[in-house]
Design a protein around this ligand. Structure first.
Ligand SMILES: Cc1ncc(COP(=O)(O)O)c(C=O)c1O
Length: 500
């Protein structure tokens, strides 16, 4: 058969070898299905004559096409266009290949909030971030310049974390009443990873988990994505232990996730007697309790009661901590304190994810702790956040009056506010965006449909002047939202037509 090939002459011919030019033109015709699968191509001698090249050049062109999988040579018969060679390449069907993701109704809100913070537009009182101006970066820089890191510490380390840091954390806990050795501590990439790993090692889809309601939205999303069924205990007032006991008997939940100290978002501190009663009930039913405690070092009036982990006689509490709120979140260092059996299983699971957490951050934190600098930093942070808490309370009283109700928190990062009038948080969110101030709407913290009158304000990120201005804008937004009532709220409960 005759095939059409036009070879370049002159300079172009000198830069691209003849056999490549012939191969490229034949490849284009095969891919474009001008030459169909199974077509017999001219013998090498004929191709050489047609193109005015040597037979070796023709042989090399066919070899090249064979390497590309576009032709097959049958011994004694000739060269043929390969099967499937001309099929048009379809785009990768990524959406069909990916496992369907659990879609949280609030994950879009969170991404937007983080984006707004990152852009630095407006005054954000939304994400629970410490103020970057308070990061102890000078101390870290000094440590990096002054202290030698052993080269061995830059290689792979144990999955459970950097040994000296694990020991220092265990010693700190032991001094605070939590009996733990290094073997009870696993360093994780932020307490969010700790939570994720705990869900991985404890939960099968369909297992029940007891959570407070409202609670930390990162935990809610993660448990729901793990396929857990959530049983909720109201978090606003005293823990309803009767209801918890009902759950324990009726559903046999696998885990309880609880924030006893400066709860996120409500700010509540569980009193000592309530902690003891919870532990007694959990022990009776052999309920494993995950105690998440990012905020207990950040108290502004009196120190909170000991953590559940320190009061636990039964050994059923898994304790989750982080440096994200006290030092800075980009370190991505949190840790889990638990019985060795749990730590070992957790480490196995962590190995699948990242082998171990970042050494440099762990080394820096260890030096920071060993040099006694953490306590000084915490004392300074408590003083500054106390001022900010007071500035926020003052501004809320001054600008919002009785349009909002809240309890000033004794620690942590948040005011949990309730709209007392007709407005809902969704209408307020739109008005607040116009004013250039942001917060997290309450429904993000509930697994169900509650929270449309509540919202969380973070007072850690801005200084007192910024907070005063933020609350002033917020109060204007509240006034505007009150005029509209709940009209603009999306997804309001009520009769809905079926979706078909
Ligand atoms: C209650 C709670 N748990 C866990 C986290 C996650 O923290 P980390 O940065 O250590 O992953 C946060 C952060 O906001 C939190 O508030």
């Amino acid at each position: 058969m005759e095939i059409s090939i036009a070879l370049k002459a002159g300079e172009a011919a000198a830069t691209v070898p003849m056999y490549e030019q012939i191969a490229a033109q034949l490849a284009a015709q095969i891919k474009g299905q001008v030459l169909a699968a199974g077509t017999k191509l001219p013998p090498e001698r004929q191709l050489a004559e047609q193109c005015g090249v040597s037979r070796t050049t023709a042989i090399n062109a066919y070899r090249r096409l064979e390497e590309m999988g576009l032709v097959r040579t049958r011994v004694g018969s000739g060269t043929y266009v390969a099967e499937g060679a001309g099929e048009a390449a379809l785009p990768m069907p990524w959406h069909q290949l990916l496992v369907p993701a659990w879609q949280s109704p609030v994950s879009g809100i969170i991404r937007d909030l983080v984006a707004m913070d990152a852009q630095g537009t407006g005054i954000s009182m939304a994400t629970g971030m410490p103020d970057p101006r308070m990061y102890p970066w000078d101390a870290f820089r000094e440590l990096l310049g002054r202290e030698e890191m052993a080269m061995a510490d830059l290689g792979h380390i144990a999955t459970e974390g950097y040994g000296p840091l694990r020991e220092a954390l265990a010693a700190r806990h032991a001094a605070g009443g939590v009996a733990a050795g290094a073997e009870n501590v696993a360093v994780v990439a932020g307490s969010q990873q700790g939570l994720y790993l705990l869900a991985k090692v404890f939960l099968n889809p369909g297992d029940y988990v007891v959570v407070e309601s409202p609670t930390y939205l990162g935990a809610l999303q993660m448990f729901q994505a793990a396929g857990a069924r959530l049983l909720t205990l109201p978090a606003a007032g005293p823990l309803q232990l009767d209801l918890l006991e009902d759950y324990l008997i009726r559903y046999r939940p696998k885990l309880m996730y609880v924030l006893p100290t400066f709860q996120n978002p409500s700010g509540r501190v569980m009193p000592l007697a309530e902690r003891q009663a919870l532990l007694a009930l959990a022990a009776r039913h052999r309920l494993a309790v995950i105690e998440d405690d990012p905020y207990s070092d950040l108290y502004y009036d009196q120190a909170p009661p000991p953590p559940l982990k320190a009061l636990d006689q039964h050994g059923g509490v898994i304790y989750l901590r982080t440096f994200s709120k006290t030092v800075f979140p980009g370190l991505r260092v949190g840790w889990v304190v638990a019985p060795e059996a749990v730590i070992n299983r957790l480490a196995q699971e962590k190995q699948y994810v990242d082998l171990h957490s970042n050494n440099l951050a762990q080394w820096l934190l260890h030096r920071f702790l060993a040099g006694g600098q953490l306590d000084g930093h915490l004392a300074a942070a408590r003083g500054e956040y106390r001022r900010r808490r007071d500035a926020t309370a003052h501004a809320l009283r001054r600008y919002a009056g009785d349009r909002l109700s809240y309890v000033a928190p004794g620690g942590g990062f948040y005011f949990w506010c309730r709209l007392t009038g007709r407005a809902t948080t969704r209408t307020l969110l739109a008005e607040a965006a116009r004013e250039g101030v942001s917060f997290v709407p309450g429904d993000a913290f509930y697994p169900g449909t509650e929270g449309d009158k509540e919202f969380r304000l973070c007072y850690a990120t801005n200084d007192a002047a910024g907070l005063q201005e933020g609350v002033r804008r917020l109060a204007r937004a509240v006034a505007a939202a009150e005029k509209q009532g709940g009209a603009a709220r999306t997804g309001a409960p009520g009769p809905r037509p079926p979706i078909i």
